[in-house]
Design a protein. Structure first.
Length: 377
């Protein structure tokens, strides 16, 4: 047993001395490898954080949103549908909602104008998102002016600014009183944008949605789970777009690693030949080179992932943020909450460390199985 451990210790000592003999080459490889891990980990960490935040923000949203369809498009829903739904079994609460979009040519961005379910502003006042406040340079007590589609000018006093913690979904939000909303969009009291429903038993949500479709055939129920899946799919798609753009970097690195291993210098080949001549077995040489590559890979992975973690969760500047967040003008000042996903770390480790190890060990194996005399000549 002691002989086994001594053998492993000598193997580690020789590996470390081999790394020290080529500091420039190994440092260049380490920098490139670390940069690659940094880029890939940054995308995965930021996209994963966006998914978690979206799920947390939407967990208190209505179980079902009922929309009216006209010619396959979303249209206003009559207020009378609230009475048509009646006391549908399983529905705990139902409420008509008012919301819409408005394009502001001043900042060339769309606002989401909405009447909140609770704590509605007084007529003539609004509550706005932090992104909109930054873009329009508005503060509490100042006036916010909009021109409706009919050409009428509406002036609102900013009562409050929404908490920046919810900026991921409220950056472009404008909360108004019901009277102001109907006057601005010229919508009568007999119409709503859609209807939200809360279901007492979560297991009955699908059944309630089926009953709503039968009761009101021109409507479409949208489940909260469907919205969450949509957000997840959107962020996954954006993440995939960035990762595809980085595929070229990954392939370039693998070619670099393969070329480095396949193009062994005469000194390295002579070293392998000497080791075999003094009694080292092919397995010992492969273990040494595997350990050498493993040390470089592990250091690069840990350094790259740590830099990506600090970059995503603590740096004020975020690469790829415009692509992953998706806003056109009113970018939310979103601060991701630090979190680690074990499966994500393991997947990144497998797809970055394993290909590099494979790309380096095979060419070395080809040299290690040759006759020592032939290798040294």
């Amino acid at each position: 047993m002691n002989r086994f451990f001594r053998r492993q210790r000598y193997l580690v000592d020789h590996t470390l001395s081999s790394l020290r003999r080529h500091p420039g080459r190994n440092l260049a490889l380490l920098i490139v490898y670390t940069l690659l891990i940094f880029l890939l980990a940054s995308v995965l960490l930021f996209a994963g954080s966006l998914k978690r935040e979206a799920a947390l923000l939407l967990r208190n949203s209505p179980e079902i949103i009922l929309q009216r369809q006209v010619a396959g498009r979303h249209s206003l829903i009559p207020a009378a549908y609230l009475q048509s739904i009646g006391r549908l079994r399983g529905v705990r609460k139902k409420q008509g909602r008012l919301w819409g979009y408005f394009y502001d040519p001043v900042v060339r961005a769309n606002y989401t104008i909405m009447v909140p379910a609770r704590d509605r502003p007084a007529p003539g006042s609004v509550v706005i998102g932090a992104g909109l406040a930054r873009e329009r340079r508005l503060g509490r007590g100042e006036y916010f002016t909009l021109r409706s589609a009919a050409g009428k000018v509406f002036s609102f006093q900013v009562r409050d600014i929404l908490n920046p913690e919810s900026e991921l979904v409220s950056s472009d939000l404008v909360l108004v009183a019901e009277e102001d909303f109907r006057a601005f969009f010229a919508i009568g009291p007999e119409w709503y944008t859609d209807i939200s429903l809360q279901v007492a038993n979560p297991r009955e949500v699908v059944k309630v949605a089926e009953k709503l479709t039968e009761l009101l055939p021109d409507t479409r129920p949208i489940l909260r789970e469907e919205i969450l899946r949509t957000y997840d799919a959107v962020f996954s798609w954006r993440q995939s777009v960035v990762l595809v753009l980085l595929v070229g970097s990954v392939l370039a690195f693998l070619i670099f690693a393969w070329d480095r291993a396949a193009g062994l210098s005469g000194e390295e080949k002579q070293e392998i030949g000497i080791l075999k001549a003094v009694g080292w077995e092919t397995g010992d040489i492969l273990r040494m080179k595997f350990l050498e590559g493993g040390i470089v890979s592990l250091v690069a992975f840990l350094a790259g992932y740590l830099l990506a973690y600090l970059h995503v969760f603590y740096s004020p500047v975020m690469l790829f943020a415009p692509v992953l967040k998706g806003w056109a003008i009113l970018y939310p000042a979103f601060r991701p909450v630090p979190a680690l996903d074990g499966l994500q770390v393991a997947t990144l480790f497998f797809f970055t460390v394993f290909p590099y190890t494979l790309a380096t060990i095979i060419p070395i194996w080809r040299v290690a199985i040759m006759d020592p005399d032939m290798v040294m000549r």
